[in-house]
Write a protein that binds this ligand. Structure first.
Ligand code: NAP
Length: 346
């Protein structure tokens, strides 16, 4: 049985990855940060029978990627075959507010893990959660493994440091170190302050009468959105490939935030239209009720207009192809948040 260590196991993608690896009969270790309130394994518990696996094939230890000695002792103790580094301060807008912390976690965290692997007697494979945000603002689309990197946020810049470090340690120390350059991936388990989840939660709450209006920062940014459950398949396949490499994972289609909103309202069979311009743009229904409007406080100091990926190499090399359409992704998310909101009403 292979042993995997996942940093970021309590997050969206870490939860889907843990569920996938358990299905593949791995022994899965994860590190989680201590929080002052509750156990933060709720997302994982939505995907697996937690009681069945916990402390049998799934082990969760306290840890932090900024704490070298903690990581070192965990890795020495469990001797994993594979490490998936998904831990991050993963919110782009927040990275403008806490750039130094974002750099510690997203860049120095990867450095810590790579140094431990470098000094280890065991050959440990390493996956780095790299991101399309490293491409930043570009004139030419779609983006692939050869595209220039031009990050537009502290988040993207810190991730680019880790990406380059992976390539450097691979070349210098012959470590099996890989980068998955993943474009946006969403799901009903996406963090609640990311735009897709903000939209599905906000619309659900207005629909059920517990909120009046939803405020977001942008209607027009376009992203290449996939489903986290499809993307963790790609992450695993990248690690099983015969040699370490860097691969773009994307759907090869780009849709705007407006498109996502439209899919949600189509599912609800509510007619809406966008009126106004710039920061006055809003979503109104046929009775004139405003559902969504712009609030300046959510506008980023710098934003990327469009991200569109080209995952042809992944299709060729690791035989990975996106499965979930944009429309089905939006429907799954709005359906789940409508259900969750209705449960809170009783
Ligand atoms: P997420 O839901 O925000 O999860 C981030 C995870 O990192 C959480 O488990 C979080 O723990 C953990 N974490 C944060 N700081 C940590 C620290 N100092 N030490 C240990 N763990 C820490 O993000 P995600 O959507 O699952 O994304 C997973 C990874 O893929 C991230 O690295 C992200 O940057 C990258 N990525 C994501 C996307 C996307 O569209 N989702 C695209 C490209 C790349 P808590 O639960 O304690 O907060």
């Amino acid at each position: 049985m292979k042993k995997a260590l996942i940093t970021g196991i309590t997050g969206q993608t870490g939860s889907y990855l843990a569920a996938l690896l358990l299905k593949k009969n791995y022994i899965v270790y994860g590190i989680k940060r201590r929080t002052s309130s509750v156990y933060n394994t709720a997302r994982l518990e939505e995907l697996i029978n937690f009681k069945e696996y916990f402390n049998k094939k799934l082990f969760i230890l306290y840890g932090d990627v900024t704490d070298y000695s903690n990581l070192d002792s965990i890795i020495k103790k469990i001797q994993p075959d594979e490490i998936y580094n998904l831990a991050a301060q993963s919110h782009v807008q927040v990275s403008f507010e806490i750039p130094e912390y974002t750099t510690q976690v997203n860049a120095v965290g990867a450095l810590n893990l790579l140094n431990i692997i470098k000094n280890s007697q065991k050959k440990i494979k390493f996956y780095q959660a790299s991101t399309s945000e490293m491409f930043g603002c570009q004139n030419k689309m779609p983006l692939n493994e050869k595209s220039k990197m031009n990050p537009a946020s502290p988040y993207g810049a810190a991730k680019l440091y880790a990406y380059n470090l992976v390539r450097n340690y691979r070349d210098s120390y012959k470590i099996f170190a890989t980068n998955g350059i993943l474009f946006n991936h969403e799901s009903p388990l996406r963090g609640e302050n990311f735009v897709t989840r903000k939209i599905t939660i906000g619309i659900s709450e207005i629909f059920h009468g517990v909120k009046n209006i939803l405020e977001i920062g942008n209607f027009n940014s376009k992203r290449d959105w996939g489903h986290a459950k499809d993307y963790v398949e790609a992450i695993w396949k990248i690690m099983q490939y015969k040699k370490p490499l860097d691969l773009v994972i994307a759907t090869n289609k780009s849709y705007s935030i407006k498109d996502f909103i439209k899919e949600c309202f189509k599912f609800l069979k509510i007619e809406i239209r966008f009126i106004g311009k710039g920061i006055n743009e809003k979503v109104v229904d046929k009775n004139g009720k405003t559902w969504i409007k712009i609030n300046k406080k959510f506008i980023r100091p710098k934003d990327i207009n469009t991200l569109l990926g080209d995952a042809r190499l992944a299709k060729k090399i690791i035989k990975w192809k996106n499965k979930t359409s944009f429309k089905n992704l939006a429907i799954e998310m709005i359906k789940e948040d409508l259900r969750r909101t209705s449960l809170k009403l009783y």
